[in-house]
Ligand binder design. Structure first.
Ligand code: IVH
Length: 676
């Protein structure tokens, strides 16, 4: 009995130590971008903490790093009143307006005014309250006087500290900033959605806003939102200067606008302000996230108070909005594309026009609703803009210039490829061609998806080969790939001895690809990589999955009604069952492998940059191998890099940099010796 309280105290200390350590690594990885331990080691420590918290629930807290992966489901987000009103900014669109604002401010203050210029992040405003260094609440802007509480979802954002560093933060304060989805994450999310047969999202801002209100915080966690914080509100003492407050907040562990990258700058007068604006008007395309302008603020708080606010916005700040790059051109006609999953995408064919340095001839129209909303007619003069996506979009119609008798665009009713009547499920924006097994682009698309890198990764094969084999009648579905023989292929267009052998070897090698990727490769709607992984882990074999009823499917944490229905529908079709059976007969992996690959600590703590193309590894495999031996993957070469593993076609700038810094460049073979 006597020793027990001591033990418990020891455990509590161990838990607290782990939490602190994990938050520090989290900070180094996500905020500073300079990790010091590998992902594997981080995951091990996190697992250790999870285990302790489960065993000793009395030590659970809301701000444990284990909460970053989500797991809670919030049904309603309660409405909460803001303690400090959340105002918006008045907008300006010209340099004259900026000059007028500066003049007004100078006149009202009557003394020297220092300004601070910042980027205007295009995301969702958030206010986060910290009490005694602990995150306690996060509220959206809402109508400015009250917003929705989204605390659990905000806890999953890795760049937002759960517990603050240092000791000079106010006991109770609120920090405000912008939550956004970085462009690379937005692209990846959309690619994954497309691979799972889901609609692409329109833009990063709406996606960030929708993500923040998702009920399941584990999905929020996977989306990898980011947040930059730029405003501190407290009744306690803080620096008088806005700029200095931001610098302070950085020391407490927040991701604040970077001074080095000119995301924030102190300016004296118009010249410097305009220089900041001009710089970002051109440089914004290089940023990894979207901005829609620049914000100019009065730095000194006494002066801010003197200037005051209107009901809607402060007089001490103004936004300068960039002009969206826009062009006007004529809509010639609308054509329709059939995607891999049968989704129909209308495409506007335009008179060629120059937009942001490139000639644009086509723009996506997304779906039938979009066409209706634009009230689009053939021959219309349309406005074309470039947003976060590479594909330009039509944002409006010049109604005054519509030619007499112009025809309204009518959405097609039959598939342009196979003439099957299209369907549109209630609640979905997109039309589909339901003829999966007989519609050529769907058949070819399904095979392309199956052989793709993230699925079966079949080398020596690409869209042209698939087109060729399909035209020759050699493949009608993915299982047919495993029946191809040398004699079938030799002598076909562009297929000489070497390429045929290559292709067949690629097909053969794919039989070793793990079950989860086979499952992803099937291209079942809504079954993307993440879902496939969880299904494989849960059911362990294709047989078990095929036998699962709806109830059994819903047992898997991330499977909801939509995914369950899609799986049921897929496996109910005899043709699909037969095809999957054939895949099993041909020897593909349809069970989870027992053990993982080799592990060691040979590369413990060593930092690797991987560059180029490799022969025996894919890049992802090579990175996974580095991690499984304790190494750390970093994306760019610096003094701290230990090795550069160079494959074919490594860029000259990388090798120059490595040489300049004296970092060893090793080949694939040398790398293998390191872990041998
Ligand atoms: S300051 C009282 N600074 O723009 C001033 N806002 O219309 C409060 N925004 O709701 C805002 N970047 O979501 C400020 N560097 C920045 C900003 C910024 C983006 C957003 C914010 C706000 C909206 C104002």
């Amino acid at each position: 009995m006597q020793g027990k309280p001591m033990d418990l105290q020891g455990i509590q200390e161990q838990i607290e130590h782990l939490r602190k350590e994990l938050e520090e690594h989290n900070y180094r990885y996500y905020v500073l971008d300079t990790p010091v331990i590998s992902d594997t080691v981080f995951d091990e420590k996190l697992k250790e903490l999870e285990k302790l918290e489960q065993e000793y629930p009395q030590f659970q807290t809301d701000n444990s790093p284990t909460k970053r992966v989500g797991g809670t489901v919030t049904k309603d987000f309660p409405t909460v009143k803001h303690r400090f009103p959340m105002l918006s900014l008045s907008n300006s669109y010209s340099e004259e307006e900026i000059q007028e604002w500066i003049d007004r401010v100078q006149k009202a203050v009557g003394e020297v005014v220092t300004f601070v210029c910042e980027l205007k992040y295009d995301g969702v405003a958030i206010g986060i309250r910290y009490v005694n260094g602990q995150l306690v609440q996060a509220i959206t802007r809402g109508d400015g006087s009250q917003g929705e509480e989204v605390t659990e979802n905000v806890r999953t954002i890795r760049t937002i500290p759960l517990t603050l560093k240092g000791d000079d933060y106010p006991e109770d304060f609120e920090i405000r900033g912008e939550i956004f989805l970085p462009l690379a994450r937005f692209q990846a999310l959309n690619d994954a959605r497309e691979a799972a047969g889901e609609e692409r999202y329109m833009n990063p801002r709406n996606t960030a806003s929708g993500t923040l209100k998702l009920q399941d915080s584990s999905i929020v966690s996977e989306r990898m939102l980011d947040c930059i914080l730029y405003g501190i509100y407290s009744n306690e003492d803080l620096p008088q200067s806005h700029f200095e407050k931001v610098v302070k907040a950085q020391a407490w562990g927040f991701k604040t606008p970077s001074v080095d990258q000119r995301f924030i700058e102190r300016c004296q007068g118009k010249e410097q302000i305009l220089d900041f604006i001009h710089h970002w008007d051109t440089e914004r395309t290089q940023l990894p996230f979207e901005i829609d302008g620049v914000v100019i603020k009065v730095d000194n708080e006494t002066q801010q108070v003197e200037l005051g606010s209107t009901a809607k916005s402060p007089r001490w700040a103004i936004a300068y909005k960039f002009k969206a790059e826009q062009a006007v051109t004529r809509l010639e006609r609308v054509t329709y594309q059939v995607g891999r999953t049968g989704a129909i995408t209308p495409v506007a064919n335009l008179d060629p026009v120059l937009l942001a340095g490139t000639i644009v001839k086509r723009a996506s129209l997304h779906n039938a609703d979009q066409i209706e909303k634009l009230d689009l007619h053939i021959e219309d003069q349309v406005y074309v803009e470039k947003g976060g996506e590479i594909i330009p979009k039509i944002t409006g119609v010049d109604m005054d210039n519509r030619p007499l008798g112009a025809q309204a665009v009518q959405f097609i009713q039959n598939c342009p490829e196979c003439n099957t009547p299209l369907v549109r499920t209630e609640g979905e924006a997109q039309h589909y061609c339901p003829n999966r097994a007989g519609c050529p682009p769907q058949i070819k698309g399904a095979i392309e998806h199956f052989i793709s890198r993230r699925a079966m990764d079949i080398e020596g094969m690409g869209p042209e080969t698939i087109e060729l084999l399909y035209r020759q009648g050699l493949i009608h579905d993915i299982a047919d790939l495993y029946t191809l023989s040398y004699d079938d292929l030799i002598g076909l267009e562009r297929l000489a001895d070497k390429s045929v052998k290559n292709l067949l070897a690629g097909v053969e090698k794919s039989k070793q690809v793990p079950f989860e990727r086979v499952l992803f490769g099937l291209g079942i709607r809504h079954v993307g990589e993440t879902v496939a992984k969880r299904l494989a882990k849960h059911f362990k074999s294709m047989d078990a999955l095929m036998m699962a009823d709806k109830e059994a499917l819903l047992q898997v944490d991330i499977i909801g009604e939509v995914i369950a229905a899609s799986l049921m529908h897929y496996f109910e079709e005899a043709a699909n069952r037969e095809m999957v059976q054939r895949l099993m007969t041909y020897g593909l992996q349809t069970e989870v492998e027992a053990a993982d690959g080799p592990h060691s600590d040979r590369l413990e703590g060593k930092k690797f940059v991987v560059s180029g193309v490799f022969h025996t590894f894919s890049r992802d495999e090579l990175k996974a191998t580095i991690e499984s031996h304790g190494g750390i993957n970093v994306s760019s070469i610096s003094k701290k890099t230990d090795y550069v593993v160079a494959g074919d076609n490594m860029g000259p700038s990388k090798s120059e940099k490595a040489e300049r810094l004296g970092i060893p460049i090793i080949s694939e073979e040398e790398f293998k010796q390191l872990i041998a």
